[in-house]
Design a protein around this ligand. Structure first.
Ligand SMILES: Cc1cc2nc3c(=O)[nH]c(=O)nc-3n(C[C@H](O)[C@H](O)[C@H](O)COP(=O)(O)OP(=O)(O)OC[C@H]3O[C@@H](n4cnc5c(N)ncnc54)[C@H](O)[C@@H]3O)c2cc1C
Length: 369
């Protein structure tokens, strides 16, 4: 049987992972078409800005938790066996303050900081910290082995894996999702389009999903080594400001975060927020800057800044949209709306999208007979 012609719209972690899975067994000819590709930094392109680490946040028993559960073994295998992917293991410490329970960031952390989370048997070395181990103002904490992904290495690695499977990459900007069916590299109309456009699905013709909203994340990338991956459920500065630190693999620098500002579209870093982020990170992890020659703890002047950044997490009310729809005579499989978990759920969500593609194309082949 002739291979299926598929266009994947989107060059972020979602589009690339989906294209990679679709191209593995030779039954599909895949074109990836996108406005932004790895190497670009833009406010309409979330993936390069992510930390990115694996800190599960799905509700127990939900599809979301299942996608995160199914993603861990792949990321762990890459960290262990494939240094070219730019992923390494790191010990994570998740600190919880009881007073954050109802805040925006506390809600985001509610599963992550649970004393009995569903993921305790998924990640290695999970344990609750004893009272003696807790930092000041921290009510409870857990630790486990996580991974940190250097997105500047990992996204190009995904591209290279796709290229090896014959995937063709094209720059394109679509006004309407159905237009994507006409850019397949064979020159023929595609049998199916996969929509991995993230937050842009809010305005993309034929989709216009008003359930999407940005959760703005501001970061500072520094050269300092924290020695640990650490997070706190909230801050006293604002309801939607948080604190997290992780060092990327392969010399990618250390990410200091952050914020989770819903419905905030501002693309430029806020200098005051940047200062609050740096201060909070040093408070959480004084070793980030260490002491001066007189034995005095350094402040933010001890940070060696590489860059400031802002990304808009593609949050969606009701969660990720993984669904098949006929739009303007084109079969479209949607895979967007991954909020702050696009990497840690990437392999699970993409496998679910491939199932939808197979069942849509299966029905199509039957209809042709
Ligand atoms: C500060 C920050 C920290 C984060 N940390 C983590 C973390 O630690 N772990 C984790 O799992 N996740 C994290 N995330 C979330 C993660 O980055 C996102 O969930 C993920 O990047 C979404 O990827 P995506 O491919 O769906 O969307 P995007 O990366 O935004 O890609 C969308 C693609 O669609 C293309 N596109 C859009 N519209 C069109 C159009 N009309 N025509 C053609 N192409 C189009 C774009 O050009 C782009 O290629 C973080 C995010 C931020 C901002």
């Amino acid at each position: 049987m002739a291979p299926n012609k598929i266009v994947v719209v989107g060059g972020g972690v979602t589009g690339l992972t989906t294209a990679l899975l679709l191209s593995r067994d030779g039954s599909n000819q895949v074109t990836v078409a996108a406005k932004h590709m790895p190497g670009d930094y833009d406010i309409e392109y979330c993936s390069p800005w992510a930390g990115a680490n694996y800190l599960p946040v799905g509700e127990p028993g939900s599809d979301h938790a299942e996608w995160e559960k199914n993603t861990w073994p792949v990321l762990a295998d890459l960290a262990k066996n494939n240094p070219r992917a730019g992923i390494h293991f790191q010990r994570a410490v998740i600190n919880v303050r009881a007073k954050d329970a109802q805040s925006t960031t506390g809600q985001w952390f509610s599963q992550l900081g649970s004393s009995d989370p569903w993921y305790k048997n998924v990640v290695p070395d999970f344990r609750l910290l004893s009272k003696e181990e807790l930092g000041p103002n921290i009510d409870s904490a857990n630790s486990f082995t996580s991974v940190c992904i250097n997105t500047a290495v990992y996204l190009p690695w995904l591209v290279s894996q796709c290229l090896e499977n014959g995937v063709v990459f094209k720059r394109a900007v679509f006004k309407h999702i159905s237009d994507a069916a006409y850019v397949h590299h064979s020159g023929s109309k595609a049998d199916l389009v996969v929509n991995c456009t993230g937050l842009s699905s809010r305005k993309l013709g034929g989709v216009e999903d008003q359930k999407l909203l940005p959760a703005r994340g501001q970061i500072v990338v520094v050269r300092n080594d924290p020695g640990v991956m650490a997070s706190i459920s909230g801050s006293d500065d604002a309801d939607d400001e948080v604190c997290y630190i992780m060092m990327r693999a392969a010399g990618g620098g250390t990410i200091l975060g952050g914020s989770y500002q819903k419905n905030n579209w501002e693309s430029q870093p806020d200098p005051s927020l940047a200062i609050r982020i740096m201060k909070r990170c040093i408070e959480l992890c004084p070793d980030l800057v260490g002491k001066d020659e007189n034995g005095k703890q350094r402040g933010i002047e001890g940070l060696d800044i590489i860059r400031h950044g802002v990304g808009l997490r593609p949050l969606r009310e009701g969660g990720v949209r993984l669904e098949t729809e006929k739009i303007g005579g084109v079969t479209v499989v949607h895979n967007y709306g991954h909020g702050g978990f696009g990497y840690q759920a990437s392999w699970g969500c993409s496998a679910a999208a491939v199932k939808l593609v197979n069942s849509a194309l299966g029905e199509k082949s039957k209809a042709r007979l």
